[in-house]
Design a binder for this molecule. Structure first.
Ligand SMILES: [Zn+2]
Length: 59
């Protein structure tokens, strides 16, 4: 199964899927998860070209 890669919006390089995190675990940071979804999975992408970091919700 191959994941679709994200292109850097700044320089167009192919970004690396650095990590995935569930925002549900960030309650301590002030984020209130949606009780319907029980938390949101975020993908963190880093650009090897310019160091840009993008996050997007998965799914
Ligand atoms: Zn870039």
């Amino acid at each position: 199964m191959t994941k679709k890669r994200l292109s850097c919006p700044r320089c167009g390089a192919e970004m690396n899927n650095h990590a995935e995190k569930i925002s549900y675990e960030e309650v301590a940071g002030g984020y209130k998860p949606d009780p319907v979804f029980g938390g949101v999975v975020e993908e963190i992408h880093t650009c090897p070209g310019c160091g840009n970091v993008e996050s997007r919700t998965a799914g």
